[in-house]
Design a protein around this ligand. Structure first.
Ligand SMILES: Cc1cc2nc3c(=O)[nH]c(=O)nc-3n(C[C@H](O)[C@H](O)[C@H](O)COP(=O)(O)O)c2cc1C
Length: 158
């Protein structure tokens, strides 16, 4: 697939076959995302790859809306940003996540961005906390590293 075919082909995939995704493909996606431009070349983005079924099920419960489908994804890639390196970690993460998704398409995989940063766990109930704090605790994310989004990855079922 050439570049413009990849752009045209990419769409959000929320239903996956049960087929496992080869680690080599995940590595190629992450390597591509690591080439992303970043403010002052600070390279503040980082990636956490999750394959453990119980952990993925817990990730899918981060929000009451928009994340439940993640439960059936064979792989989830968390896109993190180091806020100690730059105040533009969100911008850098967004570029990284976009490249991850385009790489998934180029490799014949489906993916979907699930937003984390700034999203409440329960809509209209701020007292229930937010998705980012929930995931930070679940995944043991160190201080200074923030989470912009999760990218669910798998072979498309439709
Ligand atoms: C910043 C951002 C946040 C998103 N958050 C979610 C989300 O939480 N859950 C979800 O199912 N899709 C989410 N998406 C996917 C969008 O719904 C999807 O990209 C949009 O509907 C366009 O469809 P397409 O990706 O198939 O072109 C998000 C996409 C972006 C760029």
């Amino acid at each position: 697939m050439d570049f413009f075919e990849v752009i045209a082909e990419r769409h959000s995939v929320r239903k996956f076959t049960g087929e496992p995704v080869e680690q080599e493909l995940i590595d190629r996606m992450v390597s591509a995302a690591e080439t992303a431009p970043s403010s002052k070349n600070c390279r503040s983005s980082a990636f956490m790859i999750v394959r453990d079924r119980d952990t993925i099920a817990a990730i899918s419960e981060m929000r009451d809306r928009g994340s439940a489908f993640v439960k059936d994804a064979p792989v989830v890639i968390l896109v993190l940003g180091d806020e100690t390196r730059t105040d533009l970690w969100v911008d850098n993460c967004a570029i990284s996540a976009t490249i991850l998704q385009l790489a998934a398409t180029a490799l014949g995989l489906g993916s979907c961005w699930v937003h984390v940063h700034g999203r409440p766990r329960v809509s209209d109930d701020p007292s229930a906390g937010n998705a980012e704090d929930y995931l930070r605790s679940l995944l043991g994310v160190r201080d200074g590293m923030r989470i912009l989004c999760a990218v669910a990855v798998g072979y498309p079922a439709d």
